[in-house]
Ligand binder design. Structure first.
Ligand code: NI
Length: 173
C-alpha cells in the first residue's frame, strides 16, 4: 500500500486557508502527493478528500465513491461548477476532518463541473446523486467551507462540541 498523508482535523486553521489555482509549476507536487492522498482516503475510509485537508492551499480534490469495491479514482484540478440543477437533494454528510460527525445537508442534485485531470486535459462532466453531493462538498473545502457551515448554528455547535469531546477522549485513551 502507498504511504499515506495525515488528514488535518477541525478546527485546524489550514481548513479555512485561502487556496490558489494549480499551475503547471505544481505538477511535481501533485504527482508526489496524489498517491498519498488516495491512500489516506482509502484507509480512512472516505469517498472524497480536498487539498486543504492535508495542508495544501491548492485548488484540487480527489473522489472515489467505491473505496471498498472496484475503485473509480477521480482527480479534479481547478474544478468549477458551471451549472447546478433546481432540484435539490438532502443527504447525510460526513467529513474526514470531522471524524464520526454526520448531518443532513441540502444541495443541488445535479451539477456540471469543469476541471483539469492530472494529465492537464480539460474535462466537463455532468454529475448527479451521491457524486454531485460529494464533489460539491469537496469544492466547498477549496473555498474554506465545511459541511457544518450549511447547518443551523445550534446543530453546528452541538456537532463541534461533540467532536472536541471525542478528540479529547481519544488523546487521553
Ligand atoms: Ni470533507
Amino acid at each position: 500500500m502507498d504511504e499515506t498523508i495525515p488528514i488535518l482535523i477541525y478546527p485546524d486553521p489550514a481548513l479555512r486557508a485561502r487556496t490558489r489555482a494549480v499551475t503547471a509549476a505544481d505538477r511535481e507536487t501533485l504527482q508526489g502527493v496524489l498517491p498519498r492522498m488516495f491512500a489516506a482516503m482509502y484507509a480512512a475510509p472516505g469517498i472524497g478528500l480536498a487539498a486543504p485537508q492535508v495542508g495544501l492551499p491548492l485548488r484540487f480534490c480527489i473522489v472515489d465513491l467505491a473505496p471498498n469495491d472496484e475503485r473509480q479514482p477521480l482527480t479534479l484540478i481547478n474544478p468549477e461548477i458551471l451549472a447546478a440543477s433546481q432540484d435539490v437533494m438532502t443527504r447525510e454528510e460526513g467529513c474526514l476532518s470531522l471524524p464520526n460527525q454526520y448531518a443532513d445537508v441540502t444541495r443541488p442534485d445535479g451539477i456540471r463541473v469543469r476541471f483539469q485531470d492530472p494529465e492537464g486535459r480539460v474535462r466537463t462532466l455532468d454529475m448527479e446523486g451521491l457524486l454531485a453531493t460529494c464533489v460539491q462538498h469537496e469544492i466547498d473545502h477549496l473555498n474554506g467551507v465545511l459541511f457544518i457551515d450549511h447547518l443551523s448554528a445550534l446543530k453546528r455547535n452541538m456537532l463541534v462540541r461533540r467532536l472536541a469531546k471525542e478528540q479529547r477522549q481519544a488523546r487521553q485513551a
